[in-house]
Ligand binder design. Structure first.
Ligand code: TMP
Length: 215
């Protein structure tokens, strides 16, 4: 089993890269042995949680935190774990690092040690650990320009540029804590260049496992 997670700020191109990664892995392993999924909302019933989490009606960051965790627990137990148990390779667009970066590390009034504590909570819950977290790294200004071109600036402008720079810095904190499990990709180039770098990074990190898997 192999569990690959894509992370990055809004506008980093994760969703496109997750799709391309799914296509590449399907060519390598067979379509039935690859699942591309996402958080929040990647499980039956997930749409309602996604709407609530992103609807802007929650006033507590911890309310948001636990809602994203609820979404994750349901997604893992109903979708991710059953797939991994069947030997399917799972590509997940966002996972625990999103909650730690967006809800915890981005928040100047919460100390970074809260991220350790919350990582501990994920371990107690028994959430599966990704084999590789691929961080698509891009500055907030470049990400904003991309979202603008797609006409999707609502949440970006509501939260502000500095928030996304703090989320980006939060990802760096997480990566420094477990460098073995992460690869960082420069996501500022065009789609093909970013995918090339992602593929090479994964081949380096998971190479033997990828070929063993395909066998
Ligand atoms: P998406 O645009 O990648 O679908 O993600 C939706 C938004 O949800 C995005 O702004 C990031 C945010 N989010 C969190 O704030 N915390 C989380 O734990 C997750 C999974 C997403």
């Amino acid at each position: 089993m192999m569990f690959i997670v894509l992370e990055g700020i809004d506008g980093s191109g994760k969703t496109t890269q997750a799709r391309r990664l799914g296509e590449w892995l399907s060519g390598l392993l067979g379509r039935e042995r690859v699942l591309v999924t996402k958080e929040p909302g990647g499980w039956p019933g997930g749409d309602a949680v996604r709407r609530l989490a992103l609807g802007g009606s929650l006033s507590s960051v911890w309310g948001e935190f636990f809602l994203f965790m609820t979404d994750r627990c349901e997604h893992v137990s109903g979708v991710v774990t059953p797939a991994l148990e069947k030997g399917v390779c799972v590509v997940c667009d966002r996972y625990t690092p999103s909650t730690l970066a967006y809800q915890v590390l981005s928040n100047p009034s919460i100390g970074n040690e809260a991220a350790d504590y919350m990582t501990g909570v994920s371990e107690v819950i028994g959430l599966p650990r990704p084999d590789c977290v691929c961080l698509l790294d891009i500055g907030a200004d470049a990400a904003r320009r991309r979202l603008e071109a797609r006409g999707k600036l609502d949440s970006f402008d509501a939260k502000g540029r500095d928030y996304f720079e703090r989320v980006r810095a939060g990802y760096d904190v997480l990566m420094k804590r477990s460098p073995d499990g992460w690869i960082k990709i420069d996501a500022s180039g065009d789609e093909n260049a970013v995918f090339g770098e992602l593929k090479r990074g994964l081949e380096r990190r998971l190479g033997t496992r990828l070929s063993g898997y395909a066998a």
